[in-house]
Design a protein. Structure first.
Lengths: 400, 255, 353
C-alpha cells in the first residue's frame, strides 16, 4: 500500500512507543456500557456515526474513498451547525477485507463507540457480515456501495443508497445492446470475487433476454497477472464486446494483454472499475472502453460540480463513484435524522425507509420497499486518456 | 552355532565407485568384533548398509537368518540392531533421560491413541520405560546429568550417552562407529573398558569401527581389516598385526 | 488419588461443568452489559479459536518440526464440510423432529458436525502428509502452502458452497459460543499435553531433533510425521466447524495464506514446541490485532497519522522486534504450569562430567 510506504521509519518507532504508553485508552472505553439494543443513544451534545471500511486490506482504495466521502459530508454538516443542533462525531473502523473483522468492527462501533447509525461497507460480503450485527442491535445501517441484493435482505434496519447488481447488469446489457449495437459478447470475470461473479451472471441474464448471445465465459483469479490464455480464447470467439466485471486493479493488465493479443473491440465494466487508479498502467489500452458508475464527475449539474470541487480541494483528487455514494449515504442519514426530529434509532430507521427523491450527487435517491435505492446509472467512457460522461440510464429504461 | 549377522557378497556402489566390494563376513553371538581400516576404507558404509540407511547394490545382509538388507532403518532396529554415529547425533534439545527413553521406546507396546488420553496402560509403560532408562543411565554413570539438555554435555559424555541410548533399544547387535574418536587416551581407555564390560557382563554382541588400531587391539578377540572397500584380512589381533597386507594398508604407521 | 480411566472421565466431567458455568457467567455478564459483546467477541471468543489453531499447528511445526504453511486449508475443510452437513442434512432432519427433541438433537448434530469437520480435515492431513513428507524444510513449506491455496480455490469454485460469495445462512448451533470454543481449546491442549508427557511424545520430538538418529532408534519417522499432520489437521478442522457454526457464514477468503501465516507466527512467537507458548501467542496476537484499533490519532512532523492505517505496521513491528530480541520465541521449548512454580521438571543441571 503506497500510503503505508509514505510513513517514515521514525513514525513507525514512535507508533510502537505509543501503544506501550496508551494502554489506558483501552480500559477507558470499556467502562459504562449500556446494554446492546437500547433504542436511544446518550443525550450528550454529539451524535456518533460509525463507518466500517477496508483501510488496510487489498481493496483499501475503496475504503479510502468511502472514508473521504463521509468525512466531507460530516465536516460540511458540522460547519452548518450539525444535525438536530448536535455535532456529528465520526468513528471509523477497519475491516481489512475480512468478514470476521468486519463483524468485529461493527460490534465495536455499536457497543464501544455507541454509534447511532452505521455506514459501510463497500464489498458486499463485508456488508453481509456487518448487517446482522446492526439488525440485532437495532442500529440503522446504510451501505453506500454494496450492490449485492442479499445485503438489505438482512433486515429492516439495513439500507442502501446505490443501485443493485441486477440493475447494473441490466444497464450494461442495455448499453451493449442498444447503444453499442452489439449482439455477441464474451465475458471474462474474476471467479474468486463475489461481486464479479454476480455481475457477470446478471449481465448474461439481461443480455440474452434482449436477444444477444454470450460467445463465451472465461474466468480469472484476483491473484492472476497473466490473462493471455483466456484472451486468446476470447479472440477466437470473435465477440463485439468483451465484458470484464472485475476490479480496477487488474484492468490495466487485462486491457494491455488484450490489445497485445489483437482484441480491438471495446471492453465493458461495472462500478468495480471506478477508481482514480483505473488508468494507471493501462497506457492507452483502455481507450474506447466503457463502464457503468454511480455518477460522473463531469456531470454539469452544479450540485455535483460543487461536490467535486470541495472534495478535490480537500483530498487532492477527483472523487470516484464510491466517494460520491459515501457522501450521499451520510447526507441521506442526516436528512433522515432531521425528518425524524430525533436521534432515536427506530425513528431514524422509519425516516430512512420513507426517503423519497433525495437529491444526492449520485442521483435522486428513493427507498423502495426493500430499502434499496432506485436510481439512475451513468455510463462512462474512456476517451483521450480521460474518463468522460457517456450517458445516463434510468430505472424505467431497463426491464429486469 | 549359527551366525547372528551374516553379510554375503555385499556390494555398495555410488556412481562408478564401489565403496564396499564383495564383502562377506559373519558375527557370532557374544562376539566383540573390530572393524578397522584406514580413512575412506568403507567402514561407515558397511554400518550404513547393515542398519538400512543404504540398500546394498548387490548381496545380502541377514540377521538370525532373516534377510534385512531391504528393510528400513527403524525396522532393522526393531529386529535388534542398534548403532551410534561417527559424528554424534543426539536429540540435542532433549534431556539425557529423554534421549535414552526414546531408545527404550523402540520396545513399546501401547498405541498412540492411548497416549492422547493418557490411558492407564500408557502411564504404566511410561513409568517402566523411565525406570529402565534410569538404570541404564546409572550403568553409564550419567545419573547426575539425567535432566541436563544433551546438547550441553561435554563431548565425552555425549559419546557415552549415545551408546546408552543405542543399548536402550535392547539390541542383539550393537554397532559402534568410532566411539573413541576425539577422546583423550584416558577417556578412550575408560570407554574401551566399558565396552568390554558390556560384552562380559551382559553378553552384548558388539561390532566396533575404529580408525586407531591400538584401541581395538586391546579389547577385540577378532578384527576385520578393510581397505578400498575390500576385506583384506581377518583374525586375531596378533595375527592381524603381522599381516603384510595390513601393514601395507597402514603404510608407515606402526601397527 | 484416582487413576486411569475414572480420572480421565472425572477430568472431562469437571471440565464440562466448569466451562458451562463459565459460559453462563459470561452470558449473564454480557446480558446485563457488564461485559461488552465486542470485548467478549474479540478478547475471549476469537482468541480461544486461535489457541486451538496455534496449539494444533504447534504439534506439526513445533513438536514434530515439519514446517507447514497450510493450516488454513485444514481449517477451511472443517468449516465447509461440517457446515455443509448441518445446512444440507442435519437442519432438515432437525426440522422434521418434534420440538421437544430439537434442543437435545441440536447438540447431538453439532457434535456430529464437529466430528465431521475433524475427520474430514484429518483425512486431508493424511492425504497431504503421506506424499509430501518426503520433502523437508523449505520444500515442505512450499508444498503445504500450495495445498492450503488449492483448498481455498477449490471452495471458491464450489457452487454448492456459494463460491466466492460465501457459504451463508448456516445453522448457528454453538449459540453463545464460549462453551464450545473453550471445550475444543481445552481438549486440544489436553491431548497435546498428554502426548508430550508420554514416551510417544518423545517419538514426535525425536523426529524434529534428528530424523536419521530417530530412525536408528526404531522410530518410524514417516508414520510419526503423518500422525502429527493428522492430529494437527483434525483439531484445525474442528476449529473450522466451530467457526462456521458460530458465525453463520464463511468465505473462501477467510482461509487465505494470511491466516496460515498468522498461525505460524503464533507458533514461532510462542516458542516452537511449547504448548504454553502457543496458547499465549495464539490468544495474544489475536488480542493485539484488535487492541491496536484503540491506537489514537497522533501528529508527528506536522502530519496527522490515523491509527487505522498503522494498525498492521505496528503489528508487524511487534513480531519483528520479538524475533530480534527473543529468537527462541517467548517460551522457547519450555512449558509453564503448576510445576514451574514448584520444582522445575526439567531443571538445568550443570553438566560437568
Amino acid at each position: 500500500m503506497s500510503k503505508q510506504k509514505r510513513h517514515s521509519f521514525a513514525a513507525l518507532l514512535s507508533a510502537l512507543a505509543l501503544i506501550v504508553t496508551l494502554n489506558g485508552c483501552n480500559s477507558g472505553s470499556d467502562s459504562g456500557n449500556t446494554g446492546s439494543g437500547s433504542g436511544t443513544t446518550s443525550s450528550s451534545d454529539k451524535i456518533v456515526i460509525g463507518v466500517y471500511a477496508d483501510l488496510t486490506g487489498n481493496t483499501s482504495t475503496f475504503g479510502e474513498e468511502t472514508k473521504n466521502g463521509v468525512t466531507l459530508a460530516v465536516e460540511e454538516i458540522n460547519a452548518k451547525g450539525g444535525v438536530l443542533g448536535k455535532q456529528i462525531e465520526l468513528k471509523i473502523e477497519d475491516t481489512r477485507s475480512d468478514p470476521i473483522q468486519a463483524k468485529n468492527a461493527v460490534t465495536k462501533l455499536i457497543q464501544v463507540e455507541k454509534s447511532t447509525a452505521i455506514i459501510g461497507e463497500v464489498a458486499s460480503k463485508l456488508s453481509l457480515a456487518g448487517a446482522p450485527v446492526c439488525q440485532e442491535n437495532g442500529v440503522p445501517m446504510i451501505t453506500p456501495s454494496s450492490t449485492n441484493p442479499e445485503v438489505t435482505k438482512k433486515g429492516d434496519y439495513i439500507f442502501r443508497v446505490c443501485f443493485l447488481d441486477t440493475f447494473q447488469g441490466a444497464v450494461l446489457a442495455k448499453f451493449a445492446h442498444d447503444n453499442l449495437k452489439t449482439t455477441k459478447v464474451s465475458i471474462l470475470y474474476d471467479n474468486s470475487n463475489d461481486y464479479s461473479v454476480g455481475l457477470a451472471e446478471f449481465f448474461k441474464e439481461a443480455f440474452t433476454k434482449m436477444g444477444g448471445t454470450i460467445a463465451g465465459e472465461l474466468t480469472f483469479k484476483a491473484t492472476d497477472s497473466d490473462f493471455r490464455s483466456q484472451l486468446t480464447t476470447i479472440r477466437g470467439q470473435n465477440p463485439q464486446v468483451v465484458f470484464v466485471p472485475g476490479y480496477y486493479d487488474k484492468m490495466g493488465l487485462i486491457a494491455r494483454q488484450a490489445r497485445e493479443q489483437g482484441i480491438t473491440v471495446p471492453m465493458l465494466g461495472g462500478d468495480g472499475w471506478s477508481s482514480p487508479d483505473l488508468l494507471k498502467g493501462a497506457g492507452n489500452a483502455l481507450e474506447g472502453c466503457f463502464f457503468s458508475d454511480h455518477y460522473s464527475p463531469d456531470d454539469p449539474d452544479p450540485k455535483i460540480q460543487e461536490f467535486v470541487k470541495k472534495y478535490s480541494e480537500k483530498f487532492g483528487k477527483t472523487p470516484t463513484g464510491l466517494a460520491a455514494l459515501a457522501y450521499d449515504a451520510a447526507n441521506v442519514l442526516f436528512a433522515a435524522m432531521e425528518t425524524a426530529k430525533s436521534a432515536d434509532r427506530k425513528a431514524i430507521r422509519d425516516a430512512l425507509a420513507a426517503v423519497e427523491n433525495f437529491a444526492g450527487v449520485s442521483g435522486n435517491i428513493s427507498m423502495d420497499e426493500n430499502r434499496d435505492a432506485r436510481k439512475s446509472a451513468s455510463v462512462l467512457a474512456i476517451k483521450g486518456g480521460k474518463i468522460t460522461f457517456e450517458t445516463k440510464i434510468e430505472p424505467a429504461d431497463v426491464q429486469m | 552355532m549359527s551366525a547372528l549377522l551374516e553379510l554375503r557378497q555385499v556390494k555398495m556402489r555410488f556412481g562408478g565407485l564401489y565403496a564396499v566390494n564383495d564383502l562377506s563376513f559373519q558375527i557370532q553371538p557374544g562376539e566383540l568384533l573390530g572393524l578397522i581400516g584406514p580413512n575412506g576404507a568403507g567402514k561407515t558404509t558397511v554400518f550404513n548398509v547393515i542398519t538400512g540407511v543404504y540398500t546394498p547394490t548387490e548381496g545380502s545382509v541377514s540377521l538370525n537368518g532373516e534377510v534385512i538388507s531391504k528393510m528400513k532403518p527403524y525396522q532393522i532396529t526393531e529386529r535388534g540392531i542398534a548403532r551410534t554415529f561417527q559424528n554424534i547425533r543426539l536429540f540435542g534439545a532433549l534431556s539425557v533421560l529423554e534421549n535414552v527413553m526414546i531408545g527404550a521406546f523402540a520396545r513399546h507396546r501401547t498405541a498412540l491413541a492411548g497416549a492422547l488420553m493418557r490411558s492407564p496402560a500408557v502411564v504404566l509403560e511410561d513409568a517402566s520405560l523411565r525406570e529402565q532408562s534410569m538404570r541404564l543411565l546409572s550403568t553409564f554413570d550419567l545419573l547426575s546429568v539425567a535432566h541436563a539438555r544433551s546438547r550441553d554435555l561435554p563431548y565425552g559424555l555425549q559419546r557415552r550417552l549415545e551408546i546408552a541410548r543405542a543399548l536402550a533399544t535392547q539390541p542383539k547387535l550393537l554397532l559402534l562407529d568410532e566411539p573413541a574418536a576425539g577422546m583423550n587416551p584416558q577417556e578412550s581407555e575408560e570407554l574401551m573398558h566399558l565396552i568390554r564390560r558390556l560384552r562380559d557382563e551382559m553378553g552384548q554382541t558388539v561390532l566396533l569401527i575404529e580408525h586407531d588400531m591400538k584401541v581395538v587391539m586391546g579389547i577385540c578377540e577378532r578384527v576385520l581389516v578393510m581397505d578400498y572397500g575390500v576385506l583384506i584380512a581377518q583374525g586375531a589381533p596378533e595375527v592381524i598385526r603381522k599381516d603384510p597386507k595390513v601393514i601395507e594398508a597402514y603404510l608407515g604407521e606402526p601397527v | 488419588m484416582i487413576k486411569g480411566y475414572p480420572r480421565l472421565l472425572l477430568f472431562v466431567l469437571v471440565t464440562i461443568v466448569l466451562l458451562w458455568g463459565l459460559d453462563r457467567l459470561l452470558f449473564g455478564l454480557t446480558s446485563n452489559g457488564a461485559l461488552g459483546l465486542y470485548q467478549y467477541r474479540v478478547f475471549i471468543l476469537i482468541p480461544l479459536l486461535y489457541i486451538t489453531l496455534a496449539v494444533s499447528l504447534n504439534l506439526i511445526n513445533g513438536i514434530t518440526g515439519q514446517f507447514s504453511l497450510g493450516h488454513a486449508g485444514f481449517f477451511a475443510i472443517g468449516a465447509y464440510l461440517s457446515a455443509g452437513f448441518s445446512k444440507f442434512y442435519a437442519s432438515q432432519w432437525l426440522a422434521g423432529m418434534p420440538p421437544s427433541m430439537q434442543g437435545v438433537m441440536q447438540i447431538v448434530f453439532l457434535l456430529i458436525a464437529l466430528l465431521i469437520g475433524g475427520i474430514a480435515a484429518a483425512l486431508a492431513g493424511l492425504l497431504i502428509g503421506a506424499p509430501t513428507l518426503r520433502l523437508k524444510g523449505d520444500y515442505l513449506a512450499i508444498a503445504t502452502l500450495g495445498f492450503g491455496e488449492i483448498i481455498r480455490i477449490m471452495f471458491e469454485n464450489a457452487n454448492t458452497f456459494g463460491g466466492p460469495r460465501g457459504f451463508t445462512d448456516l445453522p448457528q448451533w454453538t449459540g453463545f459460543g464460549f462453551f464450545w470454543y473453550a471445550l475444543v481449546a481445552v481438549g486440544c491442549i489436553a491431548v497435546c499435553r498428554n502426548l508430550l508427557q508420554s514416551a510417544h511424545g518423545l517419538a514426535f520430538l525425536s523426529v524434529r531433533e534428528d530424523e536419521v538418529a530417530a530412525e536408528s532408534m526404531g522410530i518410524n519417522t514417516t508414520r510419526y510425521k503423518v500422525m502429527a499432520f493428522i492430529l494437527g489437521a483434525a483439531f484445525a478442522g474442528i476449529a473450522g466447524s466451530l467457526l462456521s457454526h458460530y458465525e453463520g457464514s464463511i468465505y473462501p477468503n477467510g482461509f487465505n495464506l494470511d491466516v496460515s501465516i498468522m498461525i505460524v507466527a503464533m507458533v514461532v512467537l510462542g516458542g516452537q514446541g511449547s504448548i504454553t507458548g502457543a496458547v499465549l501467542a495464539g490468544a495474544g496476537l489475536k488480542m493485539l490485532e484488535e487492541a491496536l484499533r484503540f491506537l489514537p490519532e497522533f501528529s508527528l512532523f506536522g502530519r496527522t497519522f490515523q491509527p487505522l492505517d498503522l494498525r498492521y505496521l505496528v503489528f508487524a513491528l511487534v513480531l519483528i522486534l520479538t524475533m530480534i530480541f527473543r529468537q527462541q520465541g517467548l517460551l522457547g521449548h519450555r512449558e509453564f504450569g503448576w510445576k514451574t512454580i514448584g520444582i522445575g521438571k526439567r531443571s538445568k543441571v550443570e553438566a560437568n562430567g
